[in-house]
Design a protein around this ligand. Structure first.
Ligand code: MN
Length: 205
C-alpha cells in the first residue's frame, strides 16, 4: 500500500520512487519521470504542505484530507499527491512478458468484466475520451465490485467511497514529452509496466 510519510516538522514527504528514473523506458521515458515525479509531484507536495499548515486539516491523514476537504486548492493538491503516490508505485521495470493480473484480482476482473482484455479496452477507451485533465481509475466499491471511473483534475475514488486500485494519469504532463498528442499510444504502452501484484495488494478483501 502507498505510504505517505508525514512528519510534524517537514510535513508530507515525497513517496520513494521504487525504480531508477530510466527504468520504465520506453513506455515512460527518463525525462518524463524526472519531470513528472521530480517537478510536478514535488510541486504538489510543497503546495499541499503550505496549504495544510494554514487549514483546519493539519491533524488529518492524506486520505482523510482527500475524502473530506472542500473543493478548492487544498483538496486539489492533496488529491494529486495521493494520485501520484499510487501512480508511481503501481509500475515496475521487471513485469513479465504477457503481463496480466493474477490471483484474487484476476478472479474479480473476470467476475466484473468477463476478462482482462475487456477491462483493458474499456480503460483505454475511457482514458482516450476523457476531456481535459484527469484520471481514469480501476476502483473497488463498498460491495467489492470493480468499476472504471473518470476523475476530473485531482479527484480520487476515495472521494466517491471507493478504493483506488490502478490509475491512468491523462494530464498532458504524463505523456506529452514522449507521445505529444498521442494519448492513446501512451496508454497502450502502460500495460507492459503495470505491477499487478501491487494492484492486487490494494484490494479490500
Ligand atoms: Mn500527473
Amino acid at each position: 500500500m502507498s505510504t505517505i510519510l508525514r512528519s510534524n516538522i517537514t510535513g508530507f514527504q515525497m513517496p520513494t520512487l521504487l525504480y531508477p528514473t530510466s527504468a520504465l523506458a520506453p513506455a515512460i521515458s527518463q525525462a518524463t519521470i524526472e519531470y513528472h515525479y521530480g517537478k510536478h509531484l514535488q510541486a504538489y507536495v510543497n503546495k499541499l504542505n503550505e496549504l495544510v499548515a494554514e487549514s483546519d486539516f493539519e491533524e488529518m491523514t492524506l486520505r482523510e484530507i482527500v475524502e473530506f476537504a472542500p473543493e478548492g486548492p487544498l483538496f486539489n493538491n492533496a488529491g494529486q499527491v495521493l494520485n501520484h503516490s499510487l501512480y508511481f508505485e503501481q509500475f515496475t521495470p521487471t513485469a513479465p512478458t504477457n503481463n496480466h493480473p493474477t490471483g484474487a484480482l484476476e478472479s474479480s476482473i473476470k467476475f466484473d468484466f468477463g476478462n482482462f482484455d475487456t477491462l483493458r479496452k474499456k480503460m483505454e477507451e475511457a482514458a482516450t475520451t476523457l476531456f481535459g485533465s484527469g484520471w481514469v481509475w480501476l476502483a473497488q466499491d463498498e460491495t467489492g465490485k470493480l468499476n472504471i471511473i473518470n476523475c476530473i483534475n485531482g479527484d480520487n475514488p476515495i472521494r466517491h467511497h471507493m478504493t483506488p486500485l490502478f490509475g491512468i494519469d491523462v494530464w498532458e504532463h504524463a505523456y506529452y514529452l514522449d507521445y505529444q498528442n498521442r494519448r492513446a499510444d501512451h496508454v497502450k504502452k502502460l500495460w507492459s509496466i503495470v505491477d499487478w501484484e501491487m494492484i492486487e495488494s490494494r484490494l479490500n478483501m
